[in-house]
Design a binder for this molecule. Sequence first.
Ligand SMILES: [Zn+2]
Length: 304
Amino acid sequence: MKYAIGVDIGGTKTAIAAVDERGVIVSQSVIPTNLQIRPQAMIAEIQQEISRVIEESGVLIEEIAGIGIGAPGPLDSKNGLISCPPNLPAWVDIPVRELIGRSFSVPVLLENDANAAALAEKWIGAAVENENFIYITVSTGIGAGIIAEGKLLKGLKGNAGDIGHMVIDPSFGECVCGQWGCLESIASGTAIAKRASAIIGREVTAKDVFRFYKERDPDITGYMEDVFNVLGVASVSMINTFDPEKIVFGGGVSKFGEPMFDSIRQYVRRYALNPTGRKTEITAAKLGQNAGVIGAAALCFQNG
Ligand SMILES: [Zn+2]
């Protein structure tokens, strides 16, 4: 049996897991991502934790195919650099692959976190049967991993699929990136909490919005219908561009569940350009919060 170490570096926490070649986690750990210390010091903590996870798993270093790292973009996956992610503010051109590789005599790979999650869904999740699908995570931000003809579409530096900054409607106002009306500034968990707070007249979180929606608050259900439609618009753009068999939604916002999927399906049925595109399956991710580490490990079991 071969194993891989998956490392999922996020803005608040870093998950590390030893994963076997069937995708089963044999040991794991989660540590806070400390943004108050230098990135090099945080990477040293991650190295220690990787060693601990390996020790706890009982796996020998000879049995480890590699260490896969998933991290927020923008990054440079080919050169192993974390470039300048908004949620890891001090991590500018950090050679994370080289730094982690110094402590372990195995290959180290780096990929965008949404891309890694797409690989996890392909490996053991909601898209095992699919050669052409798109994984979209709707969470604090929005990102996508595109699997085309069975392979992850990476682009020049590994940043393909950054659909959060696809413009949907400039009238929604300015996005953090400087453009107007990006998908992420309308339909991410952060955007939902902000807009719902304005509707309700006090500060609420995305979790509160979820509860109001369940209680059928008329203002919130109406507003969320608009958000689901926007996710439908994004889905149609992706379907028209990539011709996938399926779109898999993950991230916290996908917990709105069937009402959200139904709205997106209806929009797609109506507006996707080609007749097969209108039948694109719209479904929930299967792996939940472990998608990141499992996908990072999947990097090491991929050919090419
Ligand atoms: Zn933007």
